[in-house]
Design a protein around this ligand. Structure first.
Ligand SMILES: [Zn+2]
Ligand SMILES: [Zn+2]
Length: 300
């Protein structure tokens, strides 16, 4: 079974992988149940969303711009989801309060101002996509929570919409010629990658939207340096399948799981949370992650 390709690969659910990680690495229990809880809530919301009508988008001529390395969300906006924000919040907010008890009170405040219509969440979510700092600052003040907490809560609320629409975008556009190390759909860098199939083809898993794409193994996804002999990597003790590939040129690292020999293929949304020890080691060695995630930032 070691030569199965990605298309034949069955991955575990978030819950299954979470259980495996906690059994093998009990010290990660708190992080896994927090982020696992959020991912499961996000999937619950995604089940209520879509399919999205992308008919109006396919007229956009993306071929040339994709070839130049422009991501889809750079060319088209997210499809309207105004009417689904309240129901998503009703699932995501309680999950956030459970997962991150230190901000439970802040989530309550945001929920209250949203219900009272004094802060409209939809433009805030659009502001997250557009990077509209001023709009978000104003909304955070009105909600009486810090900017950091407000944007964290918005990013969690936005996540199921981005994941759900990314799937529709990925099937509406031809992304097969993409050669960049950032996501063809949303432009974010991967949180993790995995090796699968004959020779260990590398697939990158987007941190932001969950989209996955093939990427040459000896090339650094960040600076595109071509390490002719392959990128160096390290692992911890006997866990050979879990690696941090490092680039000597730009000093970035990418967590990677060689799933070829694993009987159970881990869910790639939760899997990187199980690799925190590798994040710590890579950062101690002077390497930085491709993308800052709530669980891999040890400098704050
Ligand atoms: Zn993406
Ligand atoms: Zn590099």
């Amino acid at each position: 079974m070691t030569n199965t390709d990605k298309k034949d690969t069955v991955f575990q659910s978030v819950g299954e992988t979470a259980k495996t990680i906690i059994a093998e690495k009990p010290d990660l229990q708190a992080a896994i149940s927090s982020f696992g809880g959020m991912l499961e809530a996000s999937q619950k919301v995604q089940a209520l969303l879509g399919p999205w009508n992308t008919d109006t988008l396919v007229d956009v001529d993306t071929t040339e711009r994709l070839a130049q390395g422009e991501s889809i969300l750079n060319m088209v906006s997210l499809l309207d989801f105004t009417n689904q924000v309240a129901s998503a919040a009703s699932i995501m907010f309680p999950a956030m309060q459970k997962a991150f008890s230190t901000i439970a009170g802040d989530v309550e405040k945001i929920s209250a101002v949203a219900k009272a219509d004094s802060v409209d969440l939809y433009p805030c979510l659009q502001g997250m996509v557009a990077g509209d700092e001023q709009l978000l600052k104003t909304a955070a003040e009105k909600s009486d929570v810090s900017y950091d907490v407000f944007t964290f809560v918005m990013s969690q609320l936005l996540s199921p919409f981005v994941h759900s629409q990314a799937k529709s975008f990925a099937s509406a556009f031809d992304l097969s010629a993409w050669t960049k190390g950032y996501c063809p759909v949303c432009g974010s860098f991967p949180s993790v990658s995995y090796l699968v199939g004959e020779g260990g083809k590398r697939w990158l898993h987007c941190a932001e939207c969950g989209h996955e794409w093939r990427f040459q193994r000896q090339i650094c996804p960040y600076c595109e340096d071509n390490a002719a002999k392959g990128l160096d990597y390290f692992y911890i003790e006997d866990r050979l399948a879990e690696r941090a590939y490092v680039c000597k040129e730009c000093k970035k690292y990418l967590l990677t799981i060689d799933i070829r020999e694993l009987a159970l293929k881990p869910n790639m949304d939760i899997a990187p949370v199980g690799l925190i020890a590798l994040d710590v080691k890579a950062q101690e060695e002077g390497y930085a992650p491709l993308v800052d995630l709530p669980w891999n930032n040890f400098t704050a």
